[in-house]
Design a protein around this ligand. Sequence first.
Ligand code: OSB
Ligand code: MG
Length: 359
Amino acid sequence: MRMKSPFTTSFGTEWNKQFILVEARDEDGRSGWGEAVAMAEPLYNEETVDTVWILLKKHLLPLLWQRELNHPREVAGWFTPIRRNYMAKAAVEGAIWDLFAKEQGIPLYRALGGNKNAIDVGISIGIQKNQEELLAVIEKYCNEGYKRIKIKIMPGWDTEIIAAVRCRFPDILLMADANSAYTLEDINRLAALDRYQLMMLEQPLAHDDMIDHAQLQQQLRTPVCLDESIHSVEDARKAIELGSCRIINIKVGRVGGLTEACRIHDFCRSHNVPVWCGGMLESGIGRAHNIAITTLPGFTLPGDTAASSRYWEQDLILPEVTVEQGRVQVPEEPGIGYEPCRERIDYHTLYSETFRNGE
Ligand code: OSB
Ligand code: MG
């Protein structure tokens, strides 16, 4: 799916989003849907659209056929012997969670233990051509009501940009995401950001690091938030114990699914660490899952779940996700609560394959 505008981060630019959807069907003809958020290139993490396909076909789906499934929470355990490949696991598990909620006749957010009828959302803004364009884009999204502005930073697009944004918008909730573009050698440059009242600085250091982040956090007043470094509740525990961050970004795909996302939420909540839901430029299907998980009470900070129209001319779900005054209403229909549109999905589908229990 072509995005309305390119999205640039410290690791690259995304124009055409390629992704895999998983549809889980039961004997009664109901469907549950999941989205694999891995990108075409292994730049955010090591997974790609191609690796997800192989994992699904050769390793994950065969595990599902081996036992009788009673509850979606069992799936994560069955997948545990398979190392990493979190986004592939999450896509299958998400489809099963949606199907389960539909079979129970309850919204997915209720099945997960959520309790909000609306969620606060912010927006993530990619690196722009120049400062003026960034300021214009921020103004537009502030006017649309988004509750928090996140800007992407990298060496050469950081201190001066943040200073300019802060000068122009003194009161907005503002944060910056570096997607691992810095090292501890940049510590003075990063510490200089303390004067701009950022809500947090997201994943400044290496994608797989917690040690250097702990050292950085010790020297920053600004809270560090980990994104790429967190794949499990064990990772969250270690990060909190080490002091590597004060906030955690939970992405359902990055942690292997909704069950693990709930566990991380529970752990952080009991340790008074605020969490929020990140995004991966999802279609409406992944977006619906993000909305559901954000209804858990520990998601106290606005996430990156923006409106469908921020990304797509036409999303894959009906109705599309809309944002009013920085809030998304949580649907009460069973499952993800948005209807995947077969016609639109078929239009974009390059390849599909059906796998049946027993084959
Ligand atoms: O680091 O949060 C990130 C998009 C792609 C890959 C990584 C990230 C992002 C975003 C965009 O920040 C979030 C969204 O609007 O979906
Ligand atoms: Mg991030």
